[in-house]
Write a protein that binds this ligand. Structure first.
Ligand code: SF4
Length: 329
């Protein structure tokens, strides 16, 4: 019998959203962008085609089962292996989720399809939308985000601004800074000037904290992020600018079984350290470490060092690059 894809993952700890139950409605690395910093690896299907990539009914059934298991969930978050707004049924899925539960719904998106009024309409029932803006110019947009050729930078920015002006919920704008790519004072000022026009509720500064698609994508230091924030403050006036900090919540209590399966489910969406896993699946570090050792011995996961930490990712042919959107995004 064909194994059904898992569409719901977590709850995983998110740097911004606390315990987030992920809803993944797009096949692995199907995205309008191919960001150099993407922790999922390189985009395998760079597309702007909207369609029903996975059956909405299956997603909702799986979500209902996950909610039924209980546990702490702060947000239900559409994110995962690709760009969620590519799914033509996202609006209906959000509406159905709202009927199922009072837990707020977030959508993490590249923001590239918000220039389409139809997509803007579909997201209206979400509580929070987090689009990206990593460039202040077309040239840097092409360099850092490597977009689908039909995407125009100005239209993308205008689409995000248009969405913010109409959306009844909250919008947080994420800016990913990469050393030597978009971190010059000039480019940071350009990004800030655009963010000031967009007027999100918050701006969130991020940098490369997990193994990126391209090894040349390097992080900024905390002091450099602080300097970028100071530079942006002059443009953004009263809009708060957060530096997205490492997740600091304590481990929760596990009520689930199948720890190795849960480790694999987590790692299918994002690479993680043993500590990330321990917090993410609410299992003590010692247990995670011994499970990881078994999974490494069986070749189910692989290990990669990045900035002095050991990251684990799934080792299979279906997912040649380890996964998550920073959320990654
Ligand atoms: S970071 Fe997000 S928008 Fe960029 S390539 Fe990865 S999945 Fe797509």
């Amino acid at each position: 019998m064909k194994r059904r894809e898992k569409r719901i993952f977590g709850p995983v700890p998110s740097r911004r959203l606390g315990f987030s139950l992920g809803v993944d409605i797009i096949p692995y690395k199907t995205c309008p962008l191919d960001c150099v910093y993407c922790q999922l690896g390189r985009t395998t299907d760079r597309t702007i085609l909207r369609k029903s990539y996975v059956p909405a009914g299956e997603v909702l059934t799986e979500l209902e089962e996950a909610l039924g298991r209980g546990g702490k969930i702060d947000w239900i978050t559409f994110s995962g292996s690709g760009e969620p707004t590519l799914h033509s049924g996202i609006g209906e899925m959000i509406r159905q989720v709202k009927k199922m539960t009072d837990i707020p719904v977030a959508v993490l998106t590249s923001g590239t399809l918000l220039c389409d009024p139809f997509v803007r309409e579909k997201l209206r029932t979400a509580d929070l939308v987090v689009p990206d803006l990593d460039a202040g110019s077309e040239r840097v947009f092409r360099k850092i985000n490597r977009p689908h050729p039909d995407l125009d930078f100005q239209e993308v920015v205008e689409g995000i601004a248009h969405f913010v002006s109409d959306f009844p919920g909250r919008v947080w704008l994420e800016v990913m800074l990469v050393r030597g790519v978009n971190d010059s004072p000039r480019e940071i000022e350009r990004i800030a000037a655009l963010a000031a026009k967009i007027r999100p509720a918050r701006v969130q500064l991020n940098t490369v904290v997990r193994p990126p698609a391209e090894s040349c994508a390097k992080p900024l230091r905390l002091s450099e992020l602080r300097a970028a924030r100071s530079l942006m403050t002059g443009f953004l006036k009263k809009i708060p600018i957060d530096i997205v900090a490492a997740f600091g919540k304590k481990q929760g209590t596990s009520t689930h079984t199948g720890i190795e399966a849960r480790i694999l489910a987590y790692l299918e969406r994002r690479p993680g350290t043993a500590k990330d896993l321990s917090v993410g699946i609410s299992v003590p570090s010692r247990t995670v470490i011994s499970c990881i050792a078994r999974l490494l011995a069986r070749g189910r996961v692989r290990e990669k060092k990045f900035r002095g930490k050991k990251y684990y990712s799934v080792n299979n042919s279906r997912a040649p690059h380890p996964a998550n959107h920073t959320g990654v995004r």
